[in-house]
Design a protein around this ligand. Sequence first.
Ligand code: ATP
Length: 588
Amino acid sequence: MKNNKQNPISLLMKWSGKNKVYLFAAVLSSFLSGLCTIIPYYGIYRLIEAVYMNTCTAETLVHYGVIITVGIAGRFMLFGISGILSHRGAYNALFRVRCMVSEHMAKMPLGVLNERNTGEIKTILNENIEKLELFLAHNLPEFIFYITGPIAIFIYLCTINLPLALMSLVPMVLAFVIMGVMFSNASSLMDKGNKAIASLNAAVIEYIGGMKLVKAYNMGSSSFKKYSKAVSDEHEVWTIMSKKMGPPYASFVVILECGILFMVPMGGFWFLKGSISASVFILFAFVGSLYLTEIRPLQELGSSFAQVLNAVHQVDKILKEPIFSGGSSFPKKHNIEIRNVSFSYDGETDVLQNCSIEIADGESLAVVGPSGAGKTSLVQLIARFYDVTKGDIFIGGKNIKDIDYEELLQKISIVFQKSFLTRGSVLENIRMGEKASIEEVREAARKAQIDDFIMSLPIGYDTLVGSYGSRFSGGEKQRIAIARAILKNAPILILDEATSAADPENQAEIDMAIKNLCKGKTVIIIAHRLSIVKDCHRVAIVDNHTVSSIGTHDEVLKNSEYYSKAWKDYNAARNISYTMKGGKAHAN
Ligand SMILES: Nc1ncnc2c1ncn2[C@@H]1O[C@H](COP(=O)(O)OP(=O)(O)OP(=O)(O)O)[C@@H](O)[C@H]1O
């Protein structure tokens, strides 16, 4: 792949877009702030020199006092400006990266997303992207600041005495060797740590989602093994991390502060020999042995870099996943042809084999078959939730792979068995991004037989689904989903067991809502409940992972053993009525 070896920093800059300007300005301010570090040391050295030369007057004190003050004030002021600029740039960049990742994910095939668990995606969108802020707003300017100051001082020390200046670097070289070891250990551990956090996130999501089950079966938190295992795995990784990182961290800090052990004996030796003046000896004994402690925060930046590099890598992996792009406009005709299609989720087992169906524009087709036969898989291929493994699917004579993906999704409405409602208001849930007036929304809701119910709520269409979500019954949620599809008014409609939530009380309402929804569209209905099937123009039987029969209700009744049995069972079930006699159920 083209971008495989792209430098993480240049990737981050690319993702930041125009916000780079703020980030570069922040880096410049940090650099200047780092340079200011030299000023107080220069002032102090001059004062020491003046004291030893017996030339220190009140004027000299004031002169260097002002220089030292200006140096310190400038250092902090520039560092503050750098912080403001870096935060501004970082938060704008963060927003941009989040949008890029979300948009990219929306264009990714569902199959690729399904391979990742929800926790992993949450870790990328939240924790990993948040770490980019840590880098852009803090690590980057701080790195420049902490590195510039000591370099500037070192150059200054070189101008005073080169051998002693070089000697001052010995502790730093040792400390950096240790930091390198620490860094290489950290990157593999960090990867494990990230995986442990992703598993923990997934387990928490599953744990909270399955809370009803935990309560219903009195399982208790300890019995939720996946969750407690994820917690202990994560704990284990971080324990190993602290054990491995602790000793090198302590060594790094101590060695950096050991400069005085080199500077005092060597400096003293040269001073006694008369090679250097007293002021130079004092300068090196104090400044030369201490200035390197300024780079101590670089150690923290080192481990933070490892986390950031990992985060960049994870985000980049998502952004490099292939997406659906290009393609031409959606065709005017809406007939569908599924031609010799085979499909496998895992690339090994075919869940669909050599399926062929033709649906005319405006026709309604019922898809019937035993559980697990592949009905849902087949209809999902039409909206490219997944791509076919073999064969082709055409709409209006155009291969769906050649149709602009967003337009394809726009022109197909799907009502699923489980209606998903977002946390917004009922109004937002029906609009779902469509620009529709409240009257248009109510008209759709009326057709979906749900307007009366919504209006009976205390704040009607403004009712938040988040707070009222649990009081909506399955049938109500389903009719809200149908209203959403009516409003979208797409020419192709796929109903995947959309009547499954119907109970005897709201069966008639859901049937009416579906009839209103299907008017004038090319419709595919997956239905276990055969009552809806006889209203369709034709029936296709998906059995044993292929389309075993297709035709009108009467034709399929004759040709398909599965359908004739299912129809017989359905009619028999309709004629059964139960009466309770002596506490026992009897079929009449
Ligand atoms: N995301 C997936 N990954 C792997 N296998 C899957 C996935 N979704 C479904 N399957 C498998 O594909 C096969 C067909 O499933 P599908 O949901 O299409 O059947 P169906 O006929 O719609 O069943 P039902 O009537 O019970 O809903 C099943 O064996 C199922 O376990």
